[in-house]
Ligand binder design. Structure first.
Ligand code: BG6
Length: 545
């Protein structure tokens, strides 16, 4: 593969373990950058990345910009090529031109014409029907690419198509013998979301993929796992001695995980009508966050060890019977309103959405976890489109002090001393934006009287590290090339997350939302009022990020 960065070097697979050995020391950090990282590293083996669905949005917005950034950082293998496939006819030149525009617009790194030329030489496109004849054409082209770029017959197939094509494509690859790792060649499969629509279809999909690929060859992508701050939750928990002893029901009152978006459905109305917020965000991204917050410490950072612990946590989530779904969840849909002072249409006015749609764009729910660590400490999850601010965060709300010697003293005006006590401690992990971690505690307000106010001790990625975080897809594409599945969902994880969500979907189907009260929140509000009442029933409040 051409080396746009000119470094011609590989990259350390420095997961959490490497970071914990001191790579994150701040003074050194400012002086290091991608080149140092690349120099310290083992390169991924040569390979061709075959993207099915290469004329789609994901390839343009995420995949090729991420590959270009990796190339600029000198992190791609020396023998590397991309072979895009799709039904539309397109020459290599036209594909490269479209991708040039995509990289200019969406890559994390600045566009550099010389770097682009070197990278673009490795981009190819094959127009094909998703049928045996198409696969034969692809196979021929791949052999030529192997010879031209020295990719050694190693292939990573990336399913970036609509999900209806996943099974037929896997079958075709299997039948054509293109999934078998013969003669030491690597054959891996990266599968995009959505992974099924419910537990039954996720199982069917797993079974169908397994006809062609072994589980260790399959990389189910959840881009949240590639986010630097999500990986940092594991570092925070398991590379520091002081938090783990209090990370349990004895000290933690509850956990709140929020994925709030100001965006609407962004032209994806037809997809969203099928999906809804539970399938789109909770089943994958939020369940993964819950698993990382709640899991037991893994013995090492090997893919299977980490995923074993995550799946144990998911298995411990108390089943919600469909009849109880409404007690454990709140659904919402946004009406027209305002975001950042600008009027925005309601969900039902979005293109591709039914004018009478009852599809949820907001979900709040409560999970109980039946194990010793978490019994009695619920996890509240929520996500919504068109909320007042964009914020993904994990809030660990600690218990109140058992007794406050200061309770006879007054709160500061506007301060936060609640009647009879001090605000409980809060540990806030900000996944995005303004990535960082803060710890809230009570402090004495300077002066003659004993007044207490909550203050925050704050760590910000932006100011502590001089280096830009890679995009989630950069990390995940590189890991797939390196054969590290730690940050990918295993079949049992996906099925466990679906187990919980499918019962809710079944309950919701039996009890559709009230037409008279849909939509039930204006764009720009923090979801429906029912969500506030839902958590207040437990004597708690949602945070307002
Ligand atoms: C995607 C969902 O998986 O995640 C989108 O399909 C959502 O609806 C997106 O907007 C959010 O991702 P991020 O990285 O912007 O938080």
């Amino acid at each position: 593969m051409p080396d746009p960065g000119g470094a011609g070097r590989g990259r350390a697979h420095d997961g959490v373990a490497a970071t914990s050995t001191g790579a994150g020391a701040i003074p050194g950090e400012a002086a290091t950058g991608p080149a140092d990282e690349a120099a310290a590293a083992a390169a991924p083996p040569p390979c061709a990345l075959v993207i099915f669905g290469a004329s789609g949005d994901l390839t343009r917005r995420k995949l090729v910009p991420a590959l270009y950034a990796l190339a600029c950082d000198g992190l791609l293998p020396a023998g590397f090529a991309v072979v895009g496939t799709g039904r539309s006819e397109m020459s290599d030149a036209a594909f490269r031109e479209t991708m040039r525009d995509a990289v200019t617009r969406f890559a994390r790194v600045r566009f550099d014409a010389a770097a682009w030329e070197r990278f673009a030489a490795a981009l190819h496109y094959v127009a094909m029907e998703y049928a045996a004849s198409g696969l034969a054409r692809l196979s021929e082209r791949l052999e030529a690419v192997d010879r031209a770029h020295g990719t050694g017959g190693n292939r990573i197939y990336y399913f970036a198509t609509p999900p209806s094509a996943f099974v037929p494509l896997a079958e075709l690859l299997g039948e054509a013998g293109m999934s078998q790792e013969e003669g030491g060649a690597l054959r891996r499969l990266v599968v995009e979301k959505p992974f099924g629509r419910n537990l039954a279809t996720a199982r069917e999909l797993n079974t169908a993929l397994h006809h062609a690929f072994e589980e260790p060859q399959i990389y189910r992508i959840d881009h949240y796992l590639g986010k630097e701050t999500v990986q940092n939750v594991m570092v925070f928990r398991f590379a520091n001695g002081i938090f783990e002893p209090i990370w349990n029901r004895q000290y933690i009152d509850h956990v709140q995980i929020t994925v709030a978006e100001t965006l609407g459905v962004e032209g994806r109305g037809a997809y969203y009508e099928e999906a809804g917020a539970l399938r789109d965000i909770i089943q994958n991204h939020v369940m993964q966050l819950a698993a990382i917050v709640g899991m037991e410490p893994p013995g090492n950072f090997e893919a299977e060890t980490v995923r074993d612990e995550k799946v144990k946590l998911l298995r411990a989530i108390r089943p919600i019977h469909p009849d109880d779904a409404l007690r454990h969840t709140v659904r919402g849909q946004y009406a027209a309103g305002e975001i950042d002072g600008e009027p925005v249409p309601g969900y039902r006015e979005e293109p591709g959405v039914e004018p009478e749609s009852l599809r949820e764009t907001y979900v709040a729910m409560k999970l109980d976890i039946d194990n010793w660590r978490w019994a009695g400490t619920p996890f509240y999850l929520r996500t919504g489109k068109r909320l007042p601010s964009r914020a993904t965060e994990i809030a660990i709300q600690f218990r109140r002090v058992p007794h406050s010697p200061f309770s006879g003293h007054r709160a500061t005006p506007g301060g936060a001393l609640p009647p009879g006590g001090i605000e409980p401690n809060l540990l806030l992990v900000r996944i995005q934006p303004d990535e960082g971690i803060s710890l809230r505690f009570g402090a004495k307000v300077p002066g003659q009287s004993m007044r207490i106010r909550s203050v925050d001790m704050d760590f910000r990625y932006g100011s502590s590290f001089a280096r830009q975080s890679p995009d989630a897809y950069e990390r995940l594409l590189l890991d797939a090339m390196l054969g590290d599945a730690t940050l990918f969902a295993r079949e049992d994880e996906v099925e466990e997350a679906w187990r919980v969500c499918t019962a809710i979907l079944d309950g919701w189907r039996a009890h559709p939302p009230d037409r008279a009260h849909t939509p039930n929140y204006p764009a720009g509000a923090w979801g429906p009022e029912a969500a506030d009442a839902f958590i207040r029933r437990d004597g708690r409040e949602w945070r307002r990020p």
